[in-house]
Ligand binder design. Sequence first.
Ligand code: ADP
Length: 406
Amino acid sequence: MTSNVEKTVLVINCGSSSLKFAIINPDDGHVFLNGIAEKLGLPDARIEWRFEGIDKESADLGAGADHNVAVSFLNNNILSKRKDLLDSICAVGHRIVQGGELYSEPTLVDDEVEKGIEKCIPFAPLHNPGHLIGIRAARKAFNKVPHVTVFDTAFHQTMPDVAYRYAIPEELYTKHGIRRYGAHGTSHGYVYNEAARELGYEASDFNAITCHLGNGASISAVKNGKCMDTSMGLTPLDGLVMGTRTGSIDASVVFFMCDVLHYKVEEVREIFNKKSGLIALSGTTSDWRGICEGYKNGDEKCTLAFKMFCYRAAKFIASYYVPLGHVDAIVFTGGIGENSFIMRKQVIEYLPEILGARLDDALNEKAVAYLGGRGLISAPDSRVKIIVVPTNEELVIARSAYKFVK
Ligand code: ADP
């Protein structure tokens, strides 16, 4: 595919020890370069990258190399070979996990915005500090172009209070901001709009339940373009069964583990985030392909993991008929949602008969995104359209950033 190299956006997704980057044409989504710097701050810090998705190259960044070193390497070593690409960058888009109630739109970065992201650190202690380091490094290295932040929480800011408030004393919300914020918003918004376009609806007159099912997983209810509810909560720990996260769980489990079993809070946090979900249920893997393999071979633990994942997803889908009233489409995306047709079959089978959701088995089995499959998978007599839409968060970030150039 040939694509115009005149104007591109550098998209950055920064963690505490990693920095993912991509240079994208905001019009057609073409990816000219993508890569990741990993193990930043550690002895074996390294970077790898591909031009046009092929010919992977890599380099050591030197012991203890930080985000600044990674951005300089991108600028001075990788892009020095492609001056045309370097000159084409007209904006930098940053993915930010938590914007709290401060940000409901992509936002031009200035020192105030950096402070705002800092204020949201308590809600995303594992993510926002890394984002800030990345923003600061990139603003230094690419100082002639606008930098724009795109918040994972922004899409969910339209939720009504009945969906975002917790039934806890009011001042925990008003003084301390404890409420449902959600996550994966960029993906939910993107696949909602793509599904509306592909199915021939106006985005202002389309109700969909969007299921982003990957290692992290969440489901949203979207009514006429506005998010009405979502399964993740204060943090991405809530909701569905995930690769290593519990999803929804009675808070008393924490008290029991601490008071009766004498776990420390940090240990519970580690168990709930890193040692629960599919890995805990299967005892062997957090990876969905491994779970499916075990399920097919009759492994009891993998069978439970497979069924619980699908059952919980179906329960959220059914419950989102409440905020939506009428549902036009169920949309599947994310590594599992886009590829696992046996998951989609099981989820739809779990839905109550009264909802009338029916798959076309042949279309479902063909819609495997990594093989190029996608699109409508519901049967003609289904009361709700069911569709697979591969997500593309980088493209949304690139487009959002590019708007500030225009
Ligand atoms: P995240 O971005 O949250 O890390 P992804 O959206 O990349 O996660 O999804 C990762 C999950 O998708 C893994 O559990 C993986 O097993 C699953 N997955 C990827 N490809 C396939 C496939 N072809 N069939 C089934 N599951 C898949």
